[in-house]
Design a protein around this ligand. Structure first.
Ligand code: F6P
Length: 369
């Protein structure tokens, strides 16, 4: 029986998404003779039944293309903004899946997408996911596609920032993405030779960072590069946030206005504040660079092209075998089908004793602790 496959990309865009779409598609259509239809803009396009043809040559020329030809969104099937309200649109999605007579829905995404895919599995759909994100924070897989490319972009940025640091005797604080995990900042910090690496997994003390910078200065190097993960937080900031949460909870209980939201801490605010503190504590000028979405842009690296192709074609193999409800995980040179229940709702953070952390400490990198 010819199988009908749906595919979508959800969450933040990432290098390698189109390579993965190509891997799934060329294997499913070309090798196994299946039919393939794309849904636009993540789960929203599936809910609105907005499709994209993928069997008429659309898979050619996309291996090296950044972003996603299908478009993406962060919309969730069970909490979708529709007509100004947040609605559970799972039933509509199940209906569209059935109307297309799909045998399987392939979802390319990060942690949130794994959770959404599990929900659709529980609603009775055959789903397979691929682990995508520049953050590398999806559990049960060695690595996610997008990470290697972003690591290269961030590393090159750190390399370039050394020029102004040593020319002007400055502290350069460079903010690196990664959401709640420090993989990208840790990797780019090591590869780019940052003197300080601050990650969410290791609470930092700004006095420790300043002391390390002053030691370098006294040793004849009055400049430093501080690679800070956007989710990194100081012990002081953590205490402040805990107190704010506590006050908010008390206020909500009293006034029953549970919806009162304190202003979100904007990552950049923390980075600006850190640079100001370091300038005051060390007497060196400080400047900041926020890499932002540069880290998600452009052509995927060779490693990500290979990874995306491996994971995509493995997904087609699983569909041919009729194995669903799993994420295709990278395991060394092979892949492994991991039950979505073991992935959804979890995040892979940097172990504080990870070999990368230990190696960085051996070359005198300061972690603010
Ligand atoms: O998850 C990938 C990521 O780039 C994170 O590193 C970052 O915090 C987030 O997405 C930014 O989200 P958006 O693109 O919606 O601003």
């Amino acid at each position: 029986m010819t199988k009908y496959i749906g595919i979508l990309t959800a969450g933040g865009d990432s290098p390698g998404l189109n390579a993965a779409i190509r891997g799934v598609g060329k294997a499913a259509v070309g090798h196994y003779g299946m039919h393939l239809v794309g849904f636009r803009d993540g789960f929203r396009g599936l809910m609105e039944n907005r499709t994209a043809p993928l069997e008429g040559g659309q898979l050619s020329g996309i291996l090296t293309l950044g972003g996603t030809i299908l478009g993406t969104s962060r919309d969730k099937p069970h909490k979708m903004p529709v007509g100004g309200k947040i609605r559970d649109m799972t039933d509509t999605i199940v209906g569209n899946y059935r109307d297309h007579q799909l045998d399987c829905l392939v979802c390319l995404g990060g942690g949130g997408t794994q959770k959404n895919a599990l929900r659709l599995k529980e609603a009775g759909l055959n789903v397979i996911t691929l682990p995508k994100t520049i953050d590398n924070d999806v559990t049960m897989t060695d690595i996610t596609f997008g990470f290697d490319t972003a690591l290269g972009i961030a590393t090159e940025a750190v390399d370039r920032l050394h020029s102004t640091a040593h020319s002007h005797h400055r502290i350069i604080v460079v903010e690196i993405m990664g959401h709640r995990a420090g993989w990208l900042a840790l990797g780019a910090g090591i590869a780019g030779g940052a003197d300080v690496i601050l990650i969410p997994e290791i609470l930092y003390n700004v006095d420790s960072v300043a002391a390390a910078i002053k030691r370098r200065s006294r040793g004849g190097k009055p400049f430093s590069i501080v690679a800070v993960a956007e989710g990194a937080i100081s012990t002081q900031e953590q205490a402040r946030q805990a107190a704010m949460e506590d006050k908010k909870a008390k206020k909500a209980k009293k006034a029953k206005d549970a919806d009162v939201e304190e202003p979100e801490i904007v990552y950049a605010d923390r980075t600006i504040k850190l640079a100001q503190q370091l300038e005051a504590l060390t007497g060196l000028e400080a400047r900041i660079t926020i890499l932002g979405h540069l880290q998600r842009g452009g052509a995927p690296s060779a490693a990500d092209r290979i990874l995306s192709t491996r994971l995509g074609t493995a997904a087609a193999d699983l569909i041919a075998e009729g194995r669903y409800g799993v994420m295709v995980a990278a395991r060394g040179e092979a892949t492994e089908a991991v039950p979505l229940e073991d992935v959804a709702g979890k995040i892979k953070t940097v172990p504080v004793d990870h070999p990368w952390v230990e190696s960085a400490r051996r070359v005198e990198t300061n972690f603010g602790d």
